[in-house]
Design a protein around this ligand. Structure first.
Ligand SMILES: *[C@@H]1O[C@H](CO)[C@@H](O)[C@H](O)[C@H]1NC(C)=O
Ligand SMILES: *[C@@H]1O[C@H](CO)[C@@H](O)[C@H](O)[C@H]1NC(C)=O
Ligand SMILES: *[C@@H]1O[C@H](CO)[C@@H](O)[C@H](O)[C@H]1NC(C)=O
Ligand SMILES: *[C@@H]1O[C@H](CO)[C@@H](O)[C@H](O)[C@H]1NC(C)=O
Length: 509
């Protein structure tokens, strides 16, 4: 069902691309006559000419849209004129807009367009410029044209829960102020959009619920980001050791096909509040260095192939509230230090091979210990299962994970001068992100809070690897509301021009 929709979509995209190319060719041919337009300044004529060559072929060989600017339109300043070109090109790249969000994208008053927010330009307070786009939950189908790169002052670009497909235009590199990029719950595909690595101001990257595939560039973890959401894609790779360099407070990699070690360099991520590695193919022991993360509140490594014991050092995570290690192949005794953590209110370690559980664990506000090898506890594995598994001791060194190199005494400040004005993301709402609908109908229009926490993939039988389905997110639990709503309460971008500093990332993942 979904598949059919996709191929139709891609087919129409192909057709549109083809038609676009034809249009571009004829436009290029007309170029020489353009200066004969009455009332058009030479500069304008040059500009349009350049544009027309541009959409024939830009320096990347990409096509553009055919946008000409009616000479009778008056723009308050050249940046808004560029914004007009960008938004009209985008409108042409939209095949379906069932909520009519772009219906008023007409004329030179781009600041009045639905979903477009203007603010004084950061480098020139006397002029207004486009600072934010918010078309979240728009159900729009189309793609992103290269012209969007003309929105050079954009700080926020939020288009979650639409049906945009294709890739992220390379011209996005011109958005030097882009702070938040939320492309979640769309139909983007192809390789990781490298262009995001070139955005110097980016703090919040949300690509979740798309169809990106292949590897994730390790440079992502050297970037000064505050939040990385790339869950529910088709990424396949080993987490690199430089993960530990990332200054993020939230990172969600769930529901991809990451494998290899859980890197010990995690212990370097001193800003970390939440990390969700659920439902991948990680296969290693748990590095004790995770215990160094004093601010971590949520740790979820469930549905992987982790082995060996839970390190006693995990008792160092003084802020930990939610710990989920379920559906792995962990063994040994649960350290009492973990169950004594003062803020721990949910510890799920079901579906492992633990053999010991200190009494203090039984008085946690919420815990799950079923399907282990715990003597005298209900709902455990059979003796045969336990004996079969436990007869083969686990050698953690056999995974050949890189050893930990601790930070030097004065740890380099993870964030550069620019103060992040708002505190780190709010306490997690610990529930899996509302996934995209698994059937073809578009996501519901109105945001509903995410469903109450439900464990993701259907419990694997015994210790099989997590559901190795090729269409990654197991459809069963999905089919409800779309992902995160706009993060902001109140008018979105810096409308008042107070600053370009934006609020913290959304609490959901
Ligand atoms: C959008 O516009 C079309 C055509 O004008 C109209 O039929 C439809 O009802 C509109 N949809 C919404 C949600 O306003
Ligand atoms: C700000 O913009 C105005 C209007 O375009 C222009 O006249 C002025 O020179 C600009 N100032 C600076 C500092 O760029
Ligand atoms: C931890 O950070 C230090 C200093 O930034 C670095 O030298 C070291 O390689 C990092 N360790 C790991 C395991 O990434
Ligand atoms: C505790 O965490 C588990 C696993 O994430 C979840 O299924 C359960 O609902 C949580 N309990 C509460 C009370 O939130």
């Amino acid at each position: 069902m979904k598949k059919t929709t996709h191929s139709h979509l891609h087919l129409s995209l192909l057709i549109a691309l083809f038609l676009g190319t034809v249009v571009c060719l004829s436009a290029a041919k007309q170029a020489p006559t353009i200066s004969s337009y009455g009332g058009l300044s030479d500069a304008d004529a040059m500009y349009i000419k350049k544009r027309q060559l541009l959409y024939y072929k830009d320096e990347f060989g990409d096509r553009g849209e055919r946008v000409t600017v009616d000479p009778s339109l008056v723009f308050p300043n050249p940046r808004l004129r560029n914004a007009y070109i960008a938004l009209q090109a985008w409108k042409q790249a939209i095949f379906s807009d069932p909520l009519n969000l772009t219906a008023n994208w007409v004329g030179s008053q781009v600041c009045n367009y639905e979903g477009v927010f203007c603010a004084p330009a950061p480098d020139n307070k006397t002029i207004r410029t486009v600072a934010g786009i918010d078309l979240n939950h728009g159900d729009i189908a189309g793609y992103l044209p290269e012209e969007l790169g003309l929105l050079v002052d954009l700080a926020l670009f939020h288009i979650n829960s639409n049906r945009f497909c294709g890739t992220v235009p390379r011209k996005f590199k011109d958005m030097r102020l882009l702070f938040e990029l939320d492309l979640s719950n769309n139909r983007f595909a192809g390789k990781f959009p490298q262009v995001v690595l070139k955005l110097p101001s980016l703090k919040f990257l949300d690509l979740r619920f798309n169809e990106f595939e292949g590897t994730v560039p390790k440079e992502l973890f050297d970037k000064d980001l505050d939040a990385i959401f790339i869950n529910h894609n088709r990424f396949v790779f080993d987490l690199p050791e430089n993960l530990g360099n990332s200054p993020v407070s939230v990172i969600v990699l769930a529901n991809n096909k990451f494998h290899g070690c859980v890197p010990s360099s995690l212990g370097n991520m001193s800003n970390l509040n939440e990390i969700i590695l659920m439902n991948n193919g990680f296969r290693s022991c748990m590095p004790a260095e995770i215990g160094l993360l004093k601010d971590l509140t949520v740790l979820d490594v469930s549905f992987n192939q982790l082995m060996g014991p839970l390190p006693d050092a995990f008792g160092g995570m003084a802020s930990l509230e939610q710990l989920n290690v379920a559906h792995n192949m962990l063994s040994g005794k649960i350290p009492a230090s973990i169950c004594k953590l003062p803020n721990l209110d949910n510890f799920t370690f079901s579906y492992n091979f633990f053999t010991g559980e200190p009494p203090v664990c039984l008085s946690l506000p919420d815990f799950s210990d079923r399907r282990n090898c715990l003597p005298a506890r209900p709902l455990q594995r059979s003796a045969a299962q336990c004996n079969a598994f436990l007869s083969r001791p686990v050698d953690c060194s056999s995974f050949r994970c890189a050893p930990f190199v601790p930070s030097l005494p004065p740890p380099p400040p993870p964030s550069p001068p620019m103060p992040v004005p708002s505190p780190p993301p709010p306490p997690p709402v610990y529930s899996p992100p509302p996934p995209p609908p698994s059937s073809s109908p578009p996501p519901p229009i109105h945001y509903k809070p995410p469903p109450s926490p439900s464990p993701p993939p259907p419990p694997a039988v015994y210790y099989h690897s997590p559901p190795p389905l090729s269409p990654p997110p197991p459809p069963v639990i999905y089919g409800s509301p779309p992902p995160p709503t706009p993060v902001y309460e109140g008018p979105l971008p810096p409308i008042t021009g107070v600053s370009y500093a934006s609020p913290p990332p959304p609490p959901f993942y």
